[in-house]
Design a protein around this ligand. Sequence first.
Ligand code: PGA
Length: 256
Amino acid sequence: MRKKILAANWKMNLTHIEAESYMHTFLGEIGEVDDVEIVMIPPFTSIPVLAQISEKAPFIRIGAQNMYWERSGAYTGEISATMLRVLFVKYVVIGHSERRMLFGETDETVNRKVHSALEAGLRPIVCVGESTTQRDNDEVETVLRRQLELGLKDLSVKDAVEIVIAYEPVWAIGTGRTATPAQAEEAHRFIRSVLSKMFGTGPAERVRIQYGGSVKPDNAQELLRRSDIDGALIGGASLDPHSFAKIIRHAEAVLH
Ligand code: PGA
């Protein structure tokens, strides 16, 4: 059984002061959570305060939104995997579509980051997904296959099972337009079939595939009920502690 993983991608929102009050509200609402894994992915500046607050809530993990692949050196403005690791970060988002579109990330840079993250003991959440035009042109599978084959190139099977994939169709991110559960599931199955070819069926079955793109309290349950949807990467709706808590409760409800 793959444990569902629900991640809050705050993007460039909330100061560390706001983050602290968010966490108090959020923890008060969710209580103890056993059967789903929660990952908080704030901007770098809020990582220390979140790590400290969640010491009391061991079911919460901390993630980062990005990193650089070199270990150290003259790379002004960048942050290495080891710097994150020593702050108790466990996950790192790699290749989010906003980074691909706005900051020039490519499948090759994704691949370098994935290797470097794993080497430092971080678990990458690798984002893949097609644009509107690519979907309209019937290129979904070609795009996903390329992003996976290049992004996860030269990974050992041992490393591959550490990875989480986030399927985030670009047309669904921040638009209010969610993929239907059937569309998401179809993409997830395809992703798993590519992973099977790359790493073998057993390992591919262990990789969790999250859906991301306009996940909200009112659509989370029907998405998470699908057996091939192993969680969600949530942007907008995770900025409000009440609505993120509601999504967690929906995920728990699906399991019971
Ligand atoms: P959204 O963002 O939930 O606001 O659509 C998801 C994401 O970009 O990870």
